[in-house]
Design a binder for this molecule. Sequence first.
Ligand SMILES: [Zn+2]
Length: 122
Amino acid sequence: MARSNPKRKKRGNVYDRHSRNKWLRSPEAGFGGNGETVPCTMCGTVLTEKTVEADRILAGDSYAHWNIRPACRPCNASRGNKPVNVEIAALLDDPSVPYEDIQALVHAQYMERTGQFSLIAS
Ligand SMILES: [Zn+2]
């Protein structure tokens, strides 16, 4: 069974959501966005400001940049709380792996994708 962070983070206010939406579509985020549109990470549908959603890589964890990726509503809704990929899913299923190590892996992937440094705690 997949574990999730007990400290469940909130979605934040409308300004936070607008800021995330804009970042997900930006080239800096590393998802192939051009500032206006970005493909859904799972199905490739081209998303706009109106349709892009922030899908959390580690469900139940932070909405900070390191843990979000662009998704269309159907993909975001159908994924539910399932983990993002087989590597992370396997780690979440292994009780001997500390949750902090899984966060660190997602964080490392973020830094590799964006070339940006960011604190896990943010
Ligand atoms: Zn999709």
